[in-house]
Design a protein. Structure first.
Length: 270
């Protein structure tokens, strides 16, 4: 396995340049060299799915799309260039039956496929009609998740004069921010307050990351980066291949971020 050198540069970087050899069970910070304008953080999810499609590791991917009003639906993608349209996080649930059926149909039609899932979405694949076993999906990319918003409750919570179609992205850390197409914050509230409008069963979910994923991805410690947690040999191999082809830039994460990550996993599991 080749050693990957940290390429984070500039005076704002908190990390010294050093060789990194990714391992299963470890957490890293990364961003895509060619990032989609719609990417939520580092663009790593789109990059890895695109790489898998381009290399023929998967023949199709099922991702979550949204309309102008943030209503969600499953999307089948067969070419990496299509992924750019669906880059970015959607903080609302998708219909479980529709999502499971889309993955079942993709698996039956194309064979090896990739999916991007929250812990709750991955759990429902193996139940009900059109069920899909975990090992039927070649690449499972998980998302860090503290819950999805209940659409009806959330939109009632947001100011009435804010139009959904003007919201282009969410930014969630200590504050929930809704951002318009010009990059202007048009709604801002403490994230603890916003969590009151999450789906009820999300509050009972014990997982922050999907345990059966190959790797899981969320917001990184530095703006514009993703945190990547490697979970399986397959996830490690695909991550390393993307690094070796200079599609991704990688760095270590600061200890405080790792501690926060582990604490969140323990709190959700508790």
């Amino acid at each position: 396995m080749s050693r990957i050198r940290n390429k984070f540069g500039g005076s704002s970087s908190k990390f010294d340049e050093k060789a990194i050899e990714p391992e299963i069970g470890s957490l890293y910070q990364a961003y895509a060299v060619e990032k989609s304008p719609n990417a939520q953080d580092g663009g790593v999810v789109t990059c890895l799915l695109g790489y898998a499609l381009d290399e023929g590791l998967i023949k199709a991917a099922v991702v979550v799309g949204k309309d102008a009003h943030w209503n969600t639906f499953p999307v089948l993608v067969t070419e990496s260039r299509e992924l750019r349209k669906y880059a970015g996080s959607v903080y609302f649930p998708i219909n479980n039956r529709e999502y499971r059926r889309a993955i079942r149909n993709a698996r039956d039609t194309y064979g090896d496929i990739g999916i991007v899932v929250t812990p709750g979405e991955l759990k429902v694949l193996g139940s009900g009609t059109s069920m899909v076993k975990y090992d039927e999906v070649f690449l499972k990319i998980g998302l860090f998740c503290l819950g999805s918003f209940d659409p009806e409750k959330f939109w009632n919570y947001v100011d009435n004069d804010i139009k959904r179609e003007n919201i282009k992205r969410f930014e969630i850390d200590r504050e929930l921010k809704l951002i318009d197409g010009d990059g202007k914050v048009i709604f801002e509230r403490p994230v603890k307050e916003a969590h009151d409008y999450s789906i009820r069963w999300c509050k009972k979910c014990p997982e922050f990351i999907p345990g059966a994923a190959d790797l899981s991805i969320g917001a990184g410690p530095e703006k514009g980066t993703s945190a990547v947690y490697i979970q399986t040999v397959r996830g490690l191999e695909i991550f390393n291949e993307a690094l070796e082809k200079d599609l991704l830039v990688i760095s270590a994460v600061p200890p405080k971020f790792t501690d926060r990550f582990k604490k969140t996993i323990n709190q959700k599991g508790g």
